[in-house]
Write a protein that binds this ligand. Structure first.
Ligand SMILES: [Zn+2]
Length: 139
């Protein structure tokens, strides 16, 4: 791994998963090796693979270059696949990010949104909305 000595810019992130510890079910309680997935790595996969945004949109959202986005998501996917193949645990933790607060959360699908409008455009109307106290994503 190469470390470049220059100030790192924060990656913008809109979502922090509530569950941050995953392990193969038959290894719970054992000392499975752990892979640390950074918050911004999860965000990269969420934007690209779940929200289905283009690489350019993803990079813009996270406030990084396309090349940097490509690096982040490449590393993220490798970690997840490694965990699946090698039976390792995943801890979602740390990284270099800045949280862009979302004020609302859908009670059903757990997605988070900045405005009620955004939520209604996205979700089933039936989904019940929950105000996130103080915009706190990190409970
Ligand atoms: Zn929903």
């Amino acid at each position: 791994m190469i470390f470049i000595a220059r100030p790192r810019k924060c990656r913008r992130v809109e979502f922090i998963p509530e569950n941050r510890h995953f392990a193969p079910i038959d290894r719970i309680g054992c000392q499975a090796d752990e892979i640390v997935l950074k918050i911004e790595e999860v965000e990269a996969m969420r934007l690209k693979d779940i929200e289905k945004l283009s690489q350019e949109e993803c990079a813009k959202k996270m406030d990084v270059s396309r090349q940097t986005f490509q690096n982040i998501i490449g590393e993220a996917r490798e970690k997840v696949v490694r965990a699946l193949i090698e039976g390792k645990a995943i801890i979602i933790h740390g990284g270099n990010y800045e949280l862009e607060l979302n004020r609302y959360r859908c009670r059903r699908c757990r997605r988070q949104f900045k405005t009620i409008q955004e939520k209604e455009n996205f979700c089933l109307r039936k989904c019940e909305i929950q105000r996130i106290e103080g915009g706190d994503n990190n409970e």
